[in-house]
Design a binder for this molecule. Structure first.
Ligand code: UD1
Ligand code: CA
Length: 459
């Protein structure tokens, strides 16, 4: 049977108390509506329509040309939201699955199961329900004595006996396209919230002798709808564990899942070890046999194999095989570390390239620099890249040796195989194979300390 999906994402999400539309709040690195769209895509729908409204442009941007959007100018309720897809689905005959944009934990397997049951039964509508220990906030599923579904009652409209029901509406439904929009246009808003409730379609269909079914989700944790930030935190925790389980099953060692935070968008190769208190975010990609952490943060970082990162931060940079980073390194955007390079303790690197096997072992700032292979940057080296107005580049050749505490005043070039004297402030290019030294000669004044009666006490 042909299948289209509608994702409802027009609401403001008042309960989030946020300037950002609710469905764009992130769960493990992805906006929650993106999780829903991914699940929907996996069940092989022919067409997806995303209903946007509140800050609709921002939400629509997310799907680009991957889905059509329908615009709901005023958020008058979920039935009204679905009605806005009438044009987009005008010529569609088949089934229409409706999913809320605020249920990011739903798995595609569950959606498939709902569709299979809907097709099998031939019902006009099939609702995905769940039985919860704490049903508060959800619409309740009211069944007749024979166990058939009769209606869905919203929390705010429910009588005490109805509130005691623990079976809830997940907000996911399958409908026959035929007759759906006619039915929706009949729904009224005479309820506690003055909204057009999609849930009312159940009663409407039953009253007209249409058959309506319900499928109970096996995993109640999956169906959670996010309305506020407390629920967002719960969802984050559930999804985080799911991501870590997937990584562990694929061969990644996660020493302490409780203190490891990895986005859904991250890839990690087998036999890599993630130590505690580590965040791996965005489009980060890590090869095999790496050791990451403890206490590290990677954001949009691409690492090869056998890379060690300890107590460090890497942002928007590429690190090749065999590199060693940290402890306490800060690699800022735009860096490229070639094979076997080292960035050691208390080093900041920005928009710089470190050639194969080159080392910045300690206490340095290297910004807007190009370092050839096999070079060593001594402790305390600073690239003076900023003159207060412009940023300038420093170029260091291959197999160069930058003495400790060198200031490299950019723009400046240090040639292949050359050396700078420790403590030099290099303002002119150093030719290949030369020594660049720029510091005062040392004088010793005999007897000076004794005359001044200066003595050093150590206790
Ligand atoms: C809804 C269901 C409730 C169910 C719960 C599951 C209704 C009336 N109630 O309640 O039975 O238990 O979901 O999580 O459907 N939206 C629009 N336009 C609107 C209103 C909402 O696009 O005018 C979108 C929202 O962006 C959201 C989704 O629909 O993604 C659900 O809306 P929300 O207000 O969160 O509904 P609930 O009160 O949670
Ligand atoms: Ca909701």
């Amino acid at each position: 049977m042909r299948l289209a999906a509608v994702v409802l994402a027009a609401g403001k999400g008042t309960r989030m108390k946020s300037g950002l539309p609710k469905v764009l709040h992130r769960v493990c690195g992805r906006p929650m509506v993106e999780h829903v769209l991914l699940a929907v895509r996996k069940i092989g729908v022919q067409k997806t329509v995303l209903v946007v409204g509140h800050q609709g442009d921002l939400v629509a941007e997310l799907v680009g040309d991957k889905a059509e959007t329908a615009y709901q100018a005023e958020q008058l309720g979920t039935a009204h939201a679905l009605l806005q897809c009438r044009d987009a689905l005008k010529n569609f005959n088949g089934d229409i699955m409706v999913v809320c944009g605020d249920t990011p934990l739903l798995r595609h397997q569950t959606l498939s199961q709902l569709h299979t049951e809907h097709s099998r039964s031939g019902s006009a509508a099939t609702v995905l329900t769940a039985v919860l220990n704490d049903p508060a906030g959800y619409g309740r599923v009211i069944r007749n004595t024979a166990g058939g579904i009769m209606k869905i009652v919203e929390q705010k409209d429910a009588a005490p006996a109805e509130l005691a029901v623990s079976e809830i509406n997940t907000g996911v439904y399958c409908f026959k396209a035929e007759g759906l929009f006619e039915a929706l246009s009949e729904i009224r808003s005479d309820n506690a919230q003055g909204e057009y409730y999609l849930t009312d379609i159940i009663e409407y269909y039953i009253a007209r002798g249409e058959s309506v079914g319900a499928v109970i989700a096996g995993d109640a944790a999956e169906v959670m709808g996010i309305n506020d930030r407390c629920q967002l935190a719960v969802a984050e925790k559930v999804l985080r564990r799911r991501i870590l389980d997937r990584l562990m099953m694929s061969g990644v060692a996660v020493m302490d899942p409780a203190s490891t935070f990895i986005d859904d968008t991250v890839h990690i190769g087998a036999d890599s070890i993630i130590y505690p208190f580590t965040f791996i975010e965005g489009k980060s990609k890590i090869g095999e046999n790496c050791t990451i952490g403890p206490s590290s943060r990677l954001f949009n970082a691409t690492l090869g194999c056998r890379v060690n990162v300890q107590n460090s931060v890497i942002v928007e940079s590429r690190v090749a095989d065999g590199c060693n980073i940290g402890p306490f390194a800060y690699i800022r955007p735009g860096c490229v570390l070639e094979k076997d390079a080292k960035v050691g303790d208390f080093v900041e690197l920005k928009n710089s390239r470190l050639g194969e096997g080159s080392k910045v072992p300690h206490l340095s700032y290297v910004g807007d620099a190009e370092v050839g292979r096999g070079s060593n940057i001594g402790a305390g080296t600073i690239t003076c890249n900023y003159d207060g107005e412009n940023k300038w580049r420093t170029k260091i050749g291959e197999h160069a040796f930058i003495g400790s505490n060198t200031n490299l005043v950019a723009p400046v070039v240090v040639g292949d195989g050359s050396i700078t004297g420790a403590g030099s402030t290099i303002t002119k290019d150093v030719p290949p194979g030369a020594l660049g030294v720029a510091r005062d000669k040392q004088r010793n004044i005999e007897g000076w300390a004794k005359r001044k009666k200066i003595s050093v006490k150590i206790d």
